[in-house]
Design a protein around this ligand. Sequence first.
Ligand code: URA
Length: 258
Amino acid sequence: MTDNPAFTAVLQETRRLLAFHRALGIDAYPATAALRSFLAAPLPGRAAAPPAARPGLRSPAEPPSEPPPTLTATDTTLDAIRADLGDCRRCGLAAGRGNIVFGSGAAGADLLIVGEWPDQDEDRSGLPFQGEAGNLLDRMLAAIGLGRDRVYLTNIVKCRPEADNAPQPQEIKACQPFLSRQIAVVAPKVICAMGPLASQALLHSREPLSRLRGRFHSFHGIDLMPTFHPAFLIANPELKRATWHDLQLIQKRCEERR
Ligand code: URA
């Protein structure tokens, strides 16, 4: 990172804006003369290294090339799946992780939330959705009358990627069978995929989250609602209203299925 604080601030704000645009589905800009001259303008200070990833500003990852495996209810308990995962070395993330973040919550939950990948707090504790994003998730759940004891939380990838970068397709693929088995055992009425990576990986889609969210999709016959990730909402509170809409649909669908 450059040691010019003003430049760093502009860089961070630009990344924030680009992440916001990406979430809205804007992935190209018109090559106007003004944009070209802005991009060509000399930068103050020495060249900047890529800024560290932080919640809501992670680099995009490609969804895996294969769809998630079908759900087969061969397991009877989550403990059996966790035991099978063991001290997992199935991908390169094992080398840099602290703890495997398998999942937590109610085994028979109506709502299963799939996040993206663990950060530092989760890596340390071994539990999903800690820290600021976890606190916001708790408030989002409370708003629809739920607590952590009534949902099951897990992630697409169970180990923290180095430098909090987005996981690679082979890392997502290594975790996929375990996630599918967790979903089959919990057998939720509704799945909520939080963030673009979770939504695209589960739906095997390249559509931006802005086009996927706001309606239910089918994940092997289970209603799946994609929505914004709480870490992204902290950086982009404008999108809380849209997320509230998604949460209300989830609440209604859980009640209908009860
Ligand atoms: N972000 C996620 O998607 N999951 C976590 O567990 C933590 C942060």
